[in-house]
Design a protein around this ligand. Structure first.
Ligand code: SF4
Length: 493
């Protein structure tokens, strides 16, 4: 599928000059430009990929899928609020003083709405990656590399997840040419849902793919931890009560000890004389019992007894029953103190084992999540309005809705239009690149037509949505079933 570009193409011999980005490629007949997004077809500059329109009447549940109308289509064009013209495949106008490629209007619930549609070129762009694992991926601030090039860094971990910050203008433009190219390629692959192998300085090698389990040092992660060690004690203390005398939940951040923990105190659990290594924070909560690693609970230990000091002989007793377990239930061991108060491993009793299973059951599947993040607060706004700051204010005032390929975005507070989007909500291959290098991402601004006129919109370029939908280059798709319809009233979206 192909579409005649709205941008200006100038013939030079048999080549066409594309002016959709600063690279300004000369493209020979039958070939594409450097980004593979534009091509010279019989002397015409065309956008290669189909232009995606979401059609709510095609909703089939589940994922966005290509829709084939087949031979019995009656030619009826769905209009109004049932179709949404996305920016995927819409093309770009450069520089931005030109109006956006498509500015379309449709009546939605009795209100004339307009959607400004463009594939934005983002130099200030990157990905925030959340990896559901407590395994040690690398020290904070360590470089994350692809093909030896730094493409980002490890940032602060979150509850049960390790976080990476990838891309950004520093890596795209501030380093070597190769660093910029590799960063751009890695971001493009990640945003388009492909698997990317990352190597972290002083840490792990991992394979990340949006919506898929992470693979850490060759092992696919299965479970996200149920909580920190202290939280695990709080959740399961009652289930252990009476079946075991002491429980230690091993965790790289906060290791929990049942008898000392407030949950144990409230249940009247007797002191056991257990002595932990590491730094005691509050009762029953210990920090730094070991080094971070790929072992028990995100620590580097394979022998859980290594985090215990000898029991206090004044409080412990022979026969004391001890359960050691990790925050995913992946690792566990049951011990009984002998006459010298030394833990001796034995089989987990049948009535205790379900509590370990319960920890596992409460772990959610480990996934990698990729949020594309970019700043749309620059010159791109001039393609929407001749007075750009009014667009920013309109977004902040919730008059203008921002979407990315029809997917909802989170717009950061403060200045500019800095947004994030879950890449799994964007139609397949919705992202592109240009070799400046920069990411290309779809972006749509939807607002009432009257508001668009008031903010200085390009009113003479507004055209009916049906005039876009009926072109042969359009591919209609059902929207994702689990995202708000981009043209729905605010209360619904
Ligand atoms: S890189 Fe792509 S968008 Fe930029 S000028 Fe070349 S063909 Fe056009």
């Amino acid at each position: 599928m192909a579409e005649e570009s709205t941008i200006t193409a100038r013939a030079e011999d048999d080549k066409i000059r594309c002016d959709a980005c600063p690279v300004m490629c000369y493209i020979r007949p039958g070939l594409t430009g450097a980004c593979d997004r534009y091509a010279n077809r019989d002397g015409e500059l065309i956008r290669v990929d189909p232009h995606i329109v979401l059609d709510r009447t095609l909703a089939q549940g589940g994922k966005v899928v290509p829709f084939d109308r087949g031979g019995d289509w009656d030619g009826r064009l769905v209009s109004g609020g049932e179709s949404f013209v996305t920016a995927v495949g819409s093309g770009t106008t450069y520089p931005d003083y030109k109006p956006a490629p498509f500015i379309v209007s449709a009546e939605v619930d009795g209100v004339d709405m307009v959607t400004v549609v463009t594939e934005g070129i983002f130099s200030y762009a990157g990905a925030k990656v959340k990896i559901d694992t407590d395994r040690f991926l690398g020290p904070e601030q360590s470089a994350v590399r692809v093909d030896g090039e730094a493409v980002g860094h490890v940032t602060t971990s979150e509850y049960g997840s390790q976080m990476l910050s990838l891309g950004g203008v520093h890596h795209l433009t501030g380093g070597s040419k190769k660093e910029g190219r590799v960063t751009c390629e890695a971001l493009l692959e990640l945003c388009n849902g492909k698997a990317v192998e990352l190597a972290i300085d002083g840490g792990a090698t991992l394979v990340v793919q949006a919506g898929r389990p992470p693979i850490v040092n060759g092992a696919e992660e299965a479970r996200m931890r149920v909580g920190c060690g202290s939280a695990t004690i709080g959740m399961f203390a009652k289930q252990w009560h009476g079946k075991v005398d002491e429980v230690v939940v091993v965790d790289d951040h906060i290791t929990g000890v049942l008898s000392e923990h407030q949950a144990g105190k409230l249940l009247g659990i007797r002191d056991t004389g257990i002595r932990m290594k590491g730094r005691r924070s509050t009762p029953g909560r210990y920090f730094q019992v070991a080094e971070p690693g790929l072992g028990w609970g995100g620590t580097n230990i394979s022998d859980p007894l290594s985090i215990l000091s000898p029991f206090d002989a004044k409080l412990a007793w022979p026969g004391l029953r001890l359960l050691l377990v990790s925050t995913t239930g992946e690792h566990y061991g049951y011990y009984v103190l002998d006459e010298h108060l030394v833990p001796v491993e034995t089989e987990v009793p049948a009535d205790l084992y379900p509590s370990v299973e319960r920890i596992r059951e409460n772990c959610e599947p480990a996934l990698s999540s990729v949020l594309f993040m970019a700043g749309a607060g620059g010159s791109l706004r001039a393609g929407v309005t001749e007075n750009p700051v009014r667009l920013t204010r309109s977004v902040k005032d919730s008059i203008t809705r921002v979407t990315c390929g029809g997917a909802p975005v989170y717009v950061w507070p403060g200045g500019g239009i800095t947004f994030m989007v879950d890449v799994t909500r964007v139609p397949e291959n919705g992202f592109g690149y240009v070799p400046t290098p920069a990411l290309v991402a779809p972006i749509e601004f939807t607002l009432p037509l009257a508001a668009y006129a008031a903010l200085g919109g390009h009113m003479d370029h507004v055209r009916p949505a049906t005039s876009v939908i009926e072109r042969e280059a359009v591919r209609e798709m059902a929207p994702f079933s689990d995202i708000p319809w981009p043209l729905a009233a605010r209360s619904q979206g």
